[in-house]
Write a protein of this length. Sequence first.
Length: 178
Amino acid sequence: MALTPSLSKRLKQIRLLVTDVDGVLTDAGMYYSENGIEQKKFSTRDGMGLTLLRYAGLITAIVTSEETEIVRLRAKKLKIHNLYQGVRNKIKIVEKMKIKYSLEWNEIAYIGDDINDLEVMASAGFSATPADGSRWNKRIARYVTERKGGEGCVREVCDMILEAQHLDKDIFRLYKNQ
């Protein structure tokens, strides 16, 4: 996807990417085994996108209303800088990160798919929702991804940020030097 000048301008300023989990990093399905063990499907491409942002020096965060060991393990594997689970008031948590990292709202990107993400999406300098995000999220998102939740929508946004910041040219070098 070619970046428009206005989209590119917004993405150049991003220093923190915050994402929801269910419906964004996953396909919004909640799978249970016969023993009642919850499972989630994550996209490895989304994981690589978040890893590349980290290699490029950007801050990454997960903020979710659910609280599961699966998400903790995924965040640990990806070396996510900030993990907040069991969050009911997402804007409050993102405001804390804004202060912690001395950021302005225009330096924060947020990816969310449902009603509990709307307030942060409205405040962030850049907001996106997956192709299958709710209609309310699609109305306020700066960008609706081509891919669905759990199917590479986060990678799509990560690649856009890297491109806008001209970090995509050295991405292989960044990857190899880690």
